[in-house]
Write a protein that binds this ligand. Structure first.
Ligand SMILES: *Cc1c(COP(=O)(O)O)cnc(C)c1O
Length: 267
């Protein structure tokens, strides 16, 4: 029987704010239950799905509540904002920071200093800038190659047909550990269109796996957010990036993160 899981995009802007540890515990439990149910529908083990709470726009005090409720990973879209929070929270030694938004080369220095993971790699210029800074810091970084599966000009990420060549160039940057792919689906209430984006990412990964340079793993698929993570899991997501369903609705609109025309930064 075909899966007909709906999106939750109609919830947008209506997620209640998490204001105390109890709210976070409840929201996390609800999301984990939905993750488990999605895994169940397709016969997957829920242990194979990592929940990455996305804390962008939320203040440090709120992140500390989430931490108290058990969060140890935070995803942030803007490098500067992430860096500021990391600096303010170094007392929490077991936090892992994941930068999930577009990076300009002049911010690579920040990311190299504190991030455990960068999920939006889509240019060799950024790979080179990160690698240089990481070498200087004596650090490594897990990276995900961002792929534009929705074919919208407004989205960051490489077109699927450029990914193979991009992967072949990455071994030159030895501090970057390639883990897999990341994508944003079309922001639509049309579940079939959303699902198609996730299928595209998985199929691309399955195809390229056979020809990846030695030592490179493409095990991870980071796909799915508050409005569509259940569908993403049904299609193979190993990481879901969930903000509003855990933290509550954001005041800033999505346009702030995915501008209708990306800045004119050359690849
Ligand atoms: C904000 C963001 C998310 C999470 O979106 P929610 O609607 O808050 O779940 C996921 N991925 C990226 C790249 C983001 O910037």
């Amino acid at each position: 029987m075909p899966l007909d899981t709906p999106t939750l995009h109609d919830q947008h802007g209506r997620w209640p704010q998490a204001e105390n540890v109890e709210d976070f515990r409840r929201n996390l439990a609800a999301v984990r239950a939905r993750i488990a149910a999605a895994c169940e529908r397709v016969g997957r083990d829920a242990a194979g799905v990592r929940l990455l709470p996305v804390s962008k726009t939320k203040p440090e005090a709120t992140l500390r509540l989430a931490y108290a409720a058990g969060c140890r990973d935070f995803g942030e879209n803007k490098p500067q904002e992430a860096y500021g929070k990391w600096e303010a929270m170094t007392d929490l030694a077991d936090l892992r920071w994941s930068v999930i938004g577009h990076l300009q080369t002049n911010k690579a220095k920040l990311v190299a200093r504190f991030a455990a993971e960068f999920q939006a790699l889509d240019s060799l210029r950024v790979a080179q800038a990160l690698d240089r800074r990481l070498q200087a810091e004596g650090r490594g970084l897990d990276v995900f190659v961002q792929v534009n599966t929705s074919m919208e000009a407004s989205k960051y990420g490489l077109p699927p047909d450029e990914v193979a060549a991009f992967l072949r160039a990455l071994p030159a940057f030895s501090s970057l550990r390639v883990r897999g792919f990341m994508t944003l689906a079309v922001l639509s209430a049309q579940a079939a269109q959303v699902r198609q984006c996730f299928v595209r990412l998985r199929e691309l990964r399955d195809r390229l796996r056979q020809e990846t340079p030695g030592g490179m793993s493409l095990d991870e698929l980071s796909m799915g957010m508050s409005g569509d993570y259940e569908i993403a899991i049904e299609e193979g997501a190993t990481v879901v990036r969930v903000g509003q369903a855990i933290f509550g609705a954001r005041a800033t609109s999505n346009d702030y993160y995915w501008p209708s025309a990306p800045e004119g930064e050359a690849r």
